[in-house]
Design a protein around this ligand. Structure first.
Ligand code: SF4
Length: 328
């Protein structure tokens, strides 16, 4: 996860606990345009984006006021910015107090045609995205690109309910999610070909309730996309299929361009971070099996930083991943 100065960066997988972008701060002084409220001043002007800072550039660190400044450039004192804000939520008699994240950490709901078109197509075809299900704060960047080639969304196959319960993830969980939608492969391919994107990422919830973990459904979706738009590059971010490497190979050979499976964290933290069925060594085997299933295939993984891992543990993990490719 990137620092806050560059804002959170999604790893294209169901991830990241709820951000604040759907929350509503009831303080009139801090109120600005969100899905849940409209202020007169924001109705006329689109929200101003914060500048991006690069570590190796000049002026690499924003000033405090730039960093926490509201989009209408309202100055904010340090005390105001860091003040803990709370609100009472729930029906009368059952209300409980929750803590609000600060206003400057929130992301606006995008208001442009790409965002609206993607959302409309998704609902019309009954498709899900990890962007929405994981409540990713980058949705305005990914969906709100100024043209089609800049906009992207990560489709989440096999429903919006996962059979696992990783501790960092916001996706709904259940032991028995609804059955797969047999039309989903076709609908997904249709939506993606309509959007005219050059590169798409498909991911899925884990479906331990299915004999094949949903591998055939995933592979069918990729094949349909490729048959509609051969030139579209497809990245598939898959689960571990409960260690069934034949299912990994089946997806790897389905015509995709990049096979991704996330390690998520270092070995020692895995039991605390991921679902107990998601094992560190099993994930290493998944990446290895994908590579072996189709020589030359690009494989990819992601690791969240800042969970308490040490540099040494991180290096060990990188070594585990790359040991056969890059000597460390
Ligand atoms: S396996 Fe399920 S709970 Fe774990 S990160 Fe993926 S979607 Fe979330």
């Amino acid at each position: 996860m990137a620092t806050i100065a560059t804002r959170f960066r999604c790893v294209n997988g169901p991830s990241i606990r709820p951000s604040s972008h759907v929350l509503f701060n009831s303080s009139p002084a801090l109120r600005r345009s969100l899905a849940t409220t409209q202020s007169d001043s924001s109705a006329a002007q689109p929200p101003k984006r914060r500048p991006t800072y690069f570590k190796d550039g000049e002026n690499s660190i924003p000033s405090f006021s730039e960093f926490v400044g509201l989009r209408d450039d309202t100055p904010l004192s340090q005390a105001d910015a860091l003040e803990l804000r709370t609100a009472m939520v729930g029906p009368p008699g059952k209300q409980k107090q929750i803590t609000r994240l600060p206003e400057w950490l929130k992301t606006p709901i995008p208001d442009n045609s790409n965002y609206k078109k993607i959302k409309k197509d998704l609902r019309g075809l009954n498709l899900h995205t990890v962007c929405e299900e994981a409540r990713c704060p980058n949705i305005s960047d990914c969906w709100g690109g100024s043209d089609k080639s800049a906009a992207t969304a990560t489709i989440m196959l096999m429903g919006d309910t996962c059979t696992r319960g990783c501790r960092f993830c916001s996706v709904k969980t259940s032991k028995a999610p609804p059955p797969l939608d047999p039309h989903e492969p076709e609908h997904t391919a249709e939506a993606l070909s309509r959007w005219g994107l050059g590169y798409v990422v498909l991911t899925s919830v884990d479906r331990d309730d299915l004999v094949d973990g949903g591998a055939h459904h995933f592979a069918e979706t990729i094949m349909k996309i490729k048959s509609k738009r051969k030139e579209m590059l497809v990245e598939a971010l898959t689960g571990d299929y409960a260690g069934d490497l034949e299912m990994v190979a089946l997806v790897a050979r389905s015509g995709l361009d990049v096979y991704a499976h996330n390690m998520e964290t270092v070995e020692v933290l895995t039991p605390n971070v991921r679902d107990r069925r998601a094992k560190y060594r099993q994930s290493l085997k998944v990446l290895d099996a994908a590579k072996k299933a189709k020589p030359g295939l690009i494989t990819k993984t992601s690791i969240m930083l800042g969970l308490g891992e040490t540099e040494e543990q991180l290096l060990q993990t990188l070594k585990g991943i790359f040991v056969s490719h890059i000597p460390i």
